[in-house]
Write a protein that binds this ligand. Structure first.
Ligand code: S3P
Length: 174
């Protein structure tokens, strides 16, 4: 059922660590919108580059990838509105002005839950999740930054509750 009316000047932006559910939740919310759509910054980069994220990291390095992210962000900021946008887990670290493109919602999940949720295939796609100890360090460093740069923080422990909370936020702003 299309039960959310999204009428924003900007977008709803989902942030959070790798595997926190940004894309899954973004897609579900976007399907419920009367008008509006879903975008995923990693998928946009893969389309523009015509190759996978892991290949970009291997062949051109992280800095190149972050430049791609910046270009995608600028496009969103200038030309996109009424979209639900899921971002790559590192985006807010490199683009602290993220709020300029929309209302930022941090989907917070604890590290052990993320590790339990991700399949081997999903881990293989993520260059910065290859070493578990390093991923944990990254997680701990980033949590404060996600929180600081968010308009809302949602503890994403229960899918239905998370969806309901995002719907409420959208309804408040629309
Ligand atoms: C990254 C997260 C990935 C992807 C890239 C870098 C990060 O996105 O952008 O591998 O720095 O946390 P997901 O959060 O969708 O895994």
């Amino acid at each position: 059922m299309k039960d959310i009316y999204l009428n924003l000047d900007k977008n709803i932006i989902l942030t959070g660590f790798m595997g926190s559910g940004k894309s899954t939740i973004g897609r579900i919310i976007a399907k419920k919108l009367n008008h509006g759509y879903f975008l995923d910054t990693d998928s946009l980069i893969e389309h523009f580059e015509n190759r996978e994220i892991s290949e970009i990291f291997t062949n051109d390095g992280e800095e190149y990838f972050r430049n791609c992210e910046k270009r995608v962000f600028n496009w969103i900021k200038n030309d996109v509105k009424n979209a639900i946008i899921s971002t790559g887990g590192g985006l807010p670290m490199f683009i602290p002005e993220i709020k300029e493109a929309g209302i930022v919602i941090y989907l917070k999940v604890n590290f052990n839950d993320i590790v339990n949720r991700l399949t081997d295939e999903e881990i293989a796609k993520r260059p910065l999740f290859q070493d578990l100890n390093k991923a944990k360090e990254l997680f701990e460093k980033r949590d404060t930054i996600y929180t600081k740069l968010a308009d809302f923080v949602i503890e994403n422990n229960n899918l239905n509750n998370t969806i309901k909370q995002i719907e409420q936020i959208i309804n408040t702003y629309s």
